[in-house]
Write a protein that binds this ligand. Sequence first.
Ligand code: C2E
Ligand code: MG
Ligand code: MG
Length: 612
Amino acid sequence: MHNLLQQDQSPFADDSAQPGNKRILIVDDDEVDFIVLKRLLNQIFGHAQDLEVATTWEQAEKVLAKGEHEIHIIDYSLGARSGIDLIRSTIKERDPRIFILLTGQEDRQVDLAATRVGALDYLVKGELTASRLERCLRFATEAMSQRQMLFDQADALEEAQRATEAILARAESSEKEYRWLAQHDLLTQVPNRMMFAQKLRIGMESASRSRQHIALMLLDLDRFKSINDTHGHQTGDRLLVEVARRLTETVRDTDVVARLGGDEFAMIINNLDEPLFASGVAEKLTRALAEPFEILGNRLEIGSSIGVALFEPRDTTTPEEIISQADAALYRAKSAGRGMFQFYDDALNGEIQRTHLVKTQLPVGISAGQFSLAFQPKICLRTGEMVGAEALARWVHPTIGTISPGEFIPAAEETGLISSLSDWIFEQACRTIRSWQGTAMANVSIALNLSAIQLFKQDIAADIQRLLERYELAPAQLEFEVTETAALNHVSSAMEKLAALRDMGIKVAIDDFGTGYSSLALATGLPSDSLKIDLSFVAGMLSSPTDAAAVNATIALAHSLGKLAIAEGVETDEQRVHLLNLNCDQAQGYLFSRPLPAADVLAWQIARTSFP
Ligand code: C2E
Ligand code: MG
Ligand code: MG
């Protein structure tokens, strides 16, 4: 036996350790117990054991700390302390070492406490026999090996679980990747036909619950096939990528741009407050693709055709139906020529097409000289004389026919063409006034309508000054009419520009007075010489008390501010007499004359002055 503390020369010191032997430690301060145990162990193991003994708590702690033994037989009473405490302080989690408690007598409480701290069994000193000890050690060894097996299995299980989780995580990310690939067009990276169908269904479902409209647009590139044929597929592919990018940039984030295949794209325009707003989007998309593309050193010009179908809230159209509607509209757009869009709905189509047509025809109309001016006389109500005339723009399109200012002025304002159109109108008016020198129209001042846009963009006074000089006209020969709404959107700038015109000696009238919903103080505060009563009030003044009140009030207001009151749209003699009685200064309307071409207004004036 091998003693742990060489210097402590234990009485139990014996032979030295052999590899393969059972390594047994006895912790007991009683020599008799030790001798008995040693004898029994010898009977059981013979020489196949290395037996050590520790006789005090401290000795035992040191030996145990080295962890060299497999089996530990520990006495319950170790001086003042207990073997249970020793086991508790020694044993580690999943400790493979076997601890057996040696007690003086059978005691269930001690047995329980020993098991709780990790001892595998306990032996009662008085009942010790070789066979009992052998069985105890065998059972304990088996129990320990089973316990270790369980630990190993738990470890293996945990490892397997970790591996499974890793595999699942990898599967999930590749599933996402797979799903993305299945739902997107690989070339352009936008949603493909499958995802488009999904988004359309979802969009229609949510629109049917809300008050908003959805527009489905199918788009086809106009010259794609020939580009593919002449420049090759690589260029064609790049072009498609670029088209998808432009389309995506043009719509809102909540909209969807999808590639259905080939050169066919689809857009789902969500959350439209007004179905007509879809035409603005279609226009923007058309414009975005009309710009040339720079692809692999080539400058490519393509156009697009778009078919639009609308889905209104509480509509019962199915996704399949709306797709075939948009498709039918696309077919019509393509046959209508390049760069067109068409709505499936005919009524809407008419309205939208007309505005679109007006907008696209405007520049052509201006440069092709399709515009002309008409002049409508303004009459002094007291004397019946013509004191002025309003110049009104007229557009007769060679195929569409007459387009009213109510259509083309807003279109010109929207497209930014109002400046060039007005330049033409002003120039033409000045030329006409000049041509009237020495005629019956010589002293008639001509009123020009001034658009809101011009009022805040241009240096209008400088432009007019140049015109007056070029045509050698006196400022009193010109007058400007500004609508109340137009002026009030940019009050301070409007005030300045109008003041500048008046400083030059040009008269200013506030047009359509009373329709602008503006504050009276602002409207009357604008630098002006007259207020023009809107024709809607004149039309209603003899039957509607509110219209009558509006007319009365405007005249009174004009006079109290030292301005003239001018009535528009006077069509009957009763209206004329009524206005005269109200002390209205001037009137304009079909009763006196419709707007006439320059030559006709001159003839009209000559006829009136020659035969009063
Ligand atoms: P406005 O300046 O108030 O012009 C009066 C409008 O009333 C003109 O319509 C005229 O033809 C119409 N009118 C005149 N007498 C009668 C009448 O007795 N009965 C009825 N029912 N209508 C009458 P028009 O020419 O269609 O012009 C509409 C508006 O378009 C004009 O309203 C003006 O705001 C704008 N506009 C016309 N020409 C020009 C222009 O050269 N430049 C700008 N910026 N706007 C213009
Ligand atoms: Mg006017
Ligand atoms: Mg008016």
